[in-house]
Design a protein around this ligand. Structure first.
Ligand code: PMP
Length: 285
């Protein structure tokens, strides 16, 4: 495996960054998780646009054009001979001094890693997963806009630990109004009376690339959709629930805070969307 760092390729044991990198010292950086299906990098442009928007919000100069970064990602995939797998693209503020002030960081550090990903065992896709509501809230938008996909995932990490300790696979994170925002690494959807509903980005959800794809696929299948406000009551009384993300793809959730959702097994709309997502991935690959 060859890892790209700032224009050079390294073996994993030699792929290192400075201990003075502000990404390490302060979580000062951004990232994307991207999938490769049958040699095609899925929605690469969309991921890069999100990355550059995150950089703009953080006043982080990536130091190369979006086209050059796209070429670097494609080269890394080619050099690693990857037809299927996962890409982790990380941009940190780079090396600086020990102080918070990022003006000492003269050049961003760009890292591209390719690898495998398996977030959930196969049986979770057929039987569904269990969720709990986390006691950790999503970072409020008035503190930090979570549409920035930053290297700060600490409350998500704590929420994930909470899920595991409760014997569940994922945590639902609420915003400060008690509305459902998303999960620790996935967006959340419910189906109610045939309609597909998901929290709006202003509720504290990342504008997921998979989420967006699902919204478009649902419309093309004639399923009406809405980006809206959801509370735990909406989740508990939903007909179906599923999560979306680059790593997880579409994963059914059948139990929330010990309440069985719908019939307690993946529902027909979820299965239809999951099927249509897989066909879509095949069709663009
Ligand atoms: N929410 C969070 C907090 C995430 O980290 C992710 C990505 N892992 C998602 C949602 C899903 O986004 P995407 O579909 O773009 O992977």
């Amino acid at each position: 495996m060859k890892i790209y760092i700032d224009g050079n390729y390294y073996d994993p044991k030699d792929a290192t960054v400075s201990v003075f990198d502000h990404g390490l010292l302060y979580g000062d950086g951004i990232f994307e998780g991207i999938r490769i299906y049958h040699g095609n990098i899925f929605k690469l442009r969309e991921h890069l646009i999100r990355l550059y928007e995150s950089a703009t919000a953080l006043m982080l100069d990536i130091g190369m054009s979006i086209d050059s970064l796209e070429a670097a990602v494609r080269d890394t995939v080619r050099i690693n001979n990857r037809a299927n797998g996962y890409i982790r693209l990380v941009v940190t503020r780079g090396e600086g001094t020990l102080g918070v002030d990022p003006s000492s960081c003269k050049k961003a550090c760009i890292i591209i890693i390719t690898g495998d990903i398996q977030l959930y065992p196969q049986e979770n896709y057929t039987l569904g997963i269990s969720l709990i509501t986390s006691s950790y809230r999503r970072i409020p938008v008035d503190c930090f806009d979570v549409r920035v996909k930053s290297l700060n995932y600490l409350n998500n990490v704590l929420a994930k630990i909470e899920a595991r300790q409760a014997g569940c696979q994922e945590s639902i994170m609420l915003n400060n109004s008690g509305h459902v925002a998303e999960c620790t690494g996935d967006n959340i959807f419910i189906v109610k009376n045939g309609k597909l509903l998901t929290p709006a980005p202003y509720e504290g959800a990342l504008n997921g690339i998979t989420r967006q794809t699902v919204l478009e696929l649902a419309e093309s299948l004639g399923i009406s959709t809405a980006e809206t406000i959801l509370t735990r009551f909406d989740l508990y009384t939903a007909d179906e629930c599923f999560l979306t993300g680059t790593g997880a793809e579409i994963i059914p959730a059948v139990n929330i805070d010990k309440r069985s959702i719908g019939k307690g097994s993946p529902g027909p709309v979820t299965l239809k969307i999951a099927d249509s997502f897989l066909s879509y991935v095949e069709s663009v690959s």
